[in-house]
Design a protein around this ligand. Structure first.
Ligand SMILES: *[C@@H]1O[C@H](CO)[C@@H](O)[C@H](O)[C@H]1NC(C)=O
Ligand SMILES: *[C@@H]1O[C@H](CO)[C@@H](O)[C@H](O)[C@H]1NC(C)=O
Ligand SMILES: *[C@@H]1O[C@H](CO)[C@@H](O)[C@H](O)[C@H]1NC(C)=O
Length: 339
């Protein structure tokens, strides 16, 4: 499948190159014609004027003002980019996926990025008839948070380095910043992670570790009604940039307990003393379901939703989930929406 995609890219490229060549040629001819016309006008003006030192100076200024202008407005590079390419080249959508979330995104034994997220992007983009490319990126470039501050949009998505981030849960806070596609996963379960002996129903006085940009943030913590001491003072909240950093902080005692999602931690705590609490899952309030996350002015989600609906109605989505459970199941459960 990826080979076929390469071939079509090569064809597309050759065609684009030919078109570009035609465009450059046309542009060059047009520039020559324009310059000739301008030269004619200038000489006509100069001839009709009586000879005099003052007027010669005016003529000179006219020439210096007029000749550079067409050169800028119709120079082959700017003309080519805005007109020829826009009408002929197919749009490529770039989609950010992270390094390490359970069965959804991970490195296989040979170091390739794989996971359910990758399988889904391939399938949905194919159904939608759009050309998607995956970009591996740190999660904090999609969504970002600092101690004591509300979550905010990550620089990558905000600045348009790519069109979408994969598998982000639509929380109330995030909806104020970004737009979301139809969800493809059920809401993520959340748990406390700590060394043995934690009472998860009373975290009074505990130092809490959160992961920057994750929806398991201070707002989520404050909404866990079953937990006493959930209004953790800012001085007891610590931000980890990555999952691994959170694990290290729990293990070396920087924090007493970490809050994170089930799928993200499933394989991470294997082989450590860290356990998850409580035995029944908790859920964050105001947190929806995971989907694709984009800037609000981006058209990716409308194309994605079309493709996703086709995938669901054809039964391929359900098959994809079943296959993924076999392929990626060693990294944890895959909780697709019912389809
Ligand atoms: C929670 O723990 C704190 C300190 O350990 C204690 O003072 C408080 O009474 C406990 N609250 C509940 C509801 O058990
Ligand atoms: C604990 O681990 C964190 C994350 O790796 C590190 O930043 C911190 O300095 C460590 N603290 C101690 C006391 O070792
Ligand atoms: C974690 O380890 C246990 C036992 O060692 C194993 O049964 C389980 O499949 C592992 N889980 C993951 C997600 O790797």
């Amino acid at each position: 499948m990826s080979d076929a995609r390469h071939d079509s890219n090569v064809n597309l490229k050759t065609r684009t190159n030919q078109l570009q060549a035609t465009c450059v040629l046309t542009t060059t001819i047009m520039i020559c014609v324009l310059i000739a016309i301008i030269a004619l006008i200038i000489s006509a003006v100069a001839i009709s004027k009586p000879v005099g030192s003052e007027i010669t100076v005016q003529g000179e200024t006219t020439i210096t003002q007029q000749t550079p202008q067409p050169a800028i407005a119709y120079s082959p590079s700017t003309y080519d980019a805005s007109w020829c390419q826009a009408s002929n080249r197919r749009r490529i959508y770039t989609v950010a996926a992270g390094y390490d979330i359970g069965p959804y995104e991970y490195n296989d034994d040979s170091g390739f990025q794989v996971g359910f997220g990758h399988d889904l992007i391939d399938a949905v983009c194919q159904e939608a008839g759009i050309d998607c490319r995956i970009v591996t990126e740190p999660y904090t470039n999609c969504m970002f948070s600092e101690k004591g501050q509300p979550e905010r949009g990550g620089i990558g998505l905000m600045e348009g380095w790519y069109d979408a981030c994969t598998g982000w849960l639509a929380s109330r806070q995030r909806k104020q910043v970004f737009a979301f596609s139809k969800p493809f996963l059920k809401p993520f379960e959340v748990y406390f992670y700590a060394l043995p002996g934690l009472n998860p129903f009373n975290i009074t006085g505990k130092k809490i570790g959160l992961i920057s940009g994750f929806f398991t943030n201070e707002a989520c913590l404050a909404g866990l009604d079953q937990v006493a001491g959930r209004d953790v003072p800012h001085s007891n909240v610590f931000q980890a940039e990555t999952l691994d950093m959170l694990l290290a902080m729990i293990l070396n005692g920087t924090v007493d307990v970490g809050l994170s999602t089930g799928p993200a931690m499933a394989t991470k705590i294997n082989g450590t003393n860290i356990q998850r609490f409580p035995s029944d899952p908790m859920f964050c309030k105001n947190a929806g379901q995971p989907g694709m996350m984009t800037r609000k002015d981006n058209d990716f989600n409308s194309k994605w939703n079309e493709g996703f609906e086709k995938l669901v109605s054809s039964g391929r989505f359900k098959r994809l989930c079943d296959e993924a459970r076999i392929k990626h199941g060693h990294r944890g459960e895959i909780d697709c929406v019912d389809a």
